[in-house]
Design a protein around this ligand. Structure first.
Ligand SMILES: [Zn+2]
Length: 95
């Protein structure tokens, strides 16, 4: 039985380099796909709220989200004030 480690040809090394490059490209594309997926999940959640009749209500305080905000961000979960609070909290958590 022939052992693989014995003689690595230069062609094989070249293939591995290309393979590594290919993986890097795939990893980059994967990151973009997961960003799109997160956006898609937000939209799906908004559609579910639309189904249950809670669409347009702030998820945090329950007050109606302004129409202007919904028009610019249809998948918004909460009103401007609560969004600002959330972002403030997130920023504080990051340090
Ligand atoms: Zn709110």
């Amino acid at each position: 039985m022939a052992r693989r480690e014995g003689g690595t040809s230069s062609a094989e090394v070249h293939d591995r380099k290309e393979e590594a490059e290919q993986r890097r490209v795939e990893a980059t594309l994967g990151a973009e796909e997961s960003r799109d997926l997160a956006e898609l999940r937000r939209v799906e959640a908004a559609l579910q709220r639309l189904d249950s009749g809670t669409y347009g209500d702030c998820a945090d305080c329950g007050e109606p989200i302004s129409l202007q905000r919904l028009l610019s961000q249809p998948a918004a979960e909460c009103c401007v004030a609560c969004q600002a609070r959330r972002e403030h909290r997130a920023g504080a958590a990051q340090g």
